[in-house]
Design a protein around this ligand. Structure first.
Ligand code: SF4
Ligand code: SF4
Ligand code: SF4
Length: 335
């Protein structure tokens, strides 16, 4: 395993894993920024815009020529929301994003789920990444299985979508454009991995209407449309890891670029191809032919017994109360 580590535990590179080329900077003319070009230079952009703005509101010129007023804190948080619709459909140039999930390390800490929910303004019971309890056969033990959208190369969800709301980008990411989605749910039924969620309309309490909608952030969400894991392209444009990978305390989730053959969990950076070879990496339900861009490292020599995942948190017990193995565990341990 040592031979594929290229730069282990470098604090400097901890959260930066891909040097995305900076795109053209924002022009500020009498208090109006050219919104279409706002990118990972958000700090510079924000300071430039702040200098020209008064109070908390900032005026920006959208690609459609409309002047919009937004709260300056939203510029810091969602610079990518102002990427043009064309850019958001095409993807980040020269990238082929990939995720690797190390099942041996997962202890169901659920930090990934919570970080994702916070970033995407999801309810407690809405999960873009689900942590499932798996048992391969009667003899083997259970293990935790984090499951996001697989951003398939042959995505049935894209094929069946009648409006083009679901689309595949050149950088491997499959996104949903809520502004085109008519809520027909064809994609929900076609996804063999149950990766999609229908928005039944809880969003009013979260939506900040001042944030311009972008498929790259999935916020603000719209009632009656489909939501799912988006691989956090807004973070990727800033050269950062997706929220789930960044939040995992166990380093379970590696993320990176197939073109560069590099993935990182923020602690160690490794060759993607070598990692998959060394650890027997596989894709879930490979025989379906959807060609996922999420790979798994098998839960062999698991670093954490299943019970550690229950660490007797009320939420977790409630969530898994109908799962046999959990009931047994609760009974045995008189939790
Ligand atoms: S996992 Fe499902 S929703 Fe995601 S790209 Fe594949 S088919 Fe589509
Ligand atoms: S629900 Fe929306 S994204 Fe899904 S198939 Fe229908 S229009 Fe496309
Ligand atoms: S990649 Fe982003 S959207 Fe997908 S599960 Fe992780 S945090 Fe959520």
């Amino acid at each position: 395993m040592e031979n594929h580590k290229t730069n282990e535990k470098s604090n400097k590179s901890r959260r930066k894993f891909i040097k995305l080329g900076l795109m053209s900077s924002v022009t500020v003319v009498t208090g109006i920024g050219i919104a279409s070009n706002i990118t990972s230079e958000e700090k510079k952009i924000s300071s430039e815009v702040k200098n020209e703005s008064s109070g908390e509101k900032i005026r920006l010129l959208t690609p459609e020529g409309k002047i919009v007023e937004v709260n300056e804190t939203n510029i810091n948080n969602y610079p990518e929301a102002l990427i043009t619709p064309e850019e958001s459909r095409k993807g980040i140039p020269d990238r082929k994003f990939v995720m690797v999930i190390d099942l041996a390390k997962c202890k169901n800490a659920r930090s990934c789920v919570e970080a994702c929910q916070k970033a995407h303004q999801l309810d407690f019971n809405e999960e873009f990444i689900k942590i499932q309890l798996i048992k391969n056969n009667d003899e083997s033990c259970n293990y935790w299985f984090p499951k996001p959208c697989f951003h398939c190369d042959e995505p049935p969800c894209v094929t069946v979508c009648p409006t083009g709301a679901t689309f595949k980008r050149d950088d491997n990411i499959v996104l949903v454009d809520a502004e085109r989605c008519i809520g027909c749910k064809f994609c929900v039924t076609s996804c063999p991995y149950s990766a999609r969620i229908f928005n039944w309309g809880h969003k009013d309490k979260f939506d900040n209407k001042e944030i311009p909608y972008s498929p790259e952030t999935s916020v603000p969400a719209s009632e009656g449309t489909i939501m799912k894991c988006d691989f956090c392209p807004d973070m990727l444009r800033q050269g950062k890891l997706p929220h789930c990978a960044k939040a995992c305390p166990m380093g379970v989730i590696y993320f990176g670029d197939k073109n560069e053959d590099i993935v990182t969990n923020g602690e160690e950076t490794v060759r993607f191809s070598q990692l998959i070879k060394d650890r027997g990496g596989y894709r879930h339900l490979e025989h379906l032919g959807t060609k996922p861009n999420v790979y798994y490292l098998p839960a062999v020599n698991s670093q954490f017994p299943l019970e550690r995942g229950f660490n007797i948190d009320e939420d977790i017990l409630e969530r898994y109360k109908n799962v046999d193995v959990v009931e047994d565990f609760i009974k045995k341990n008189k939790v």
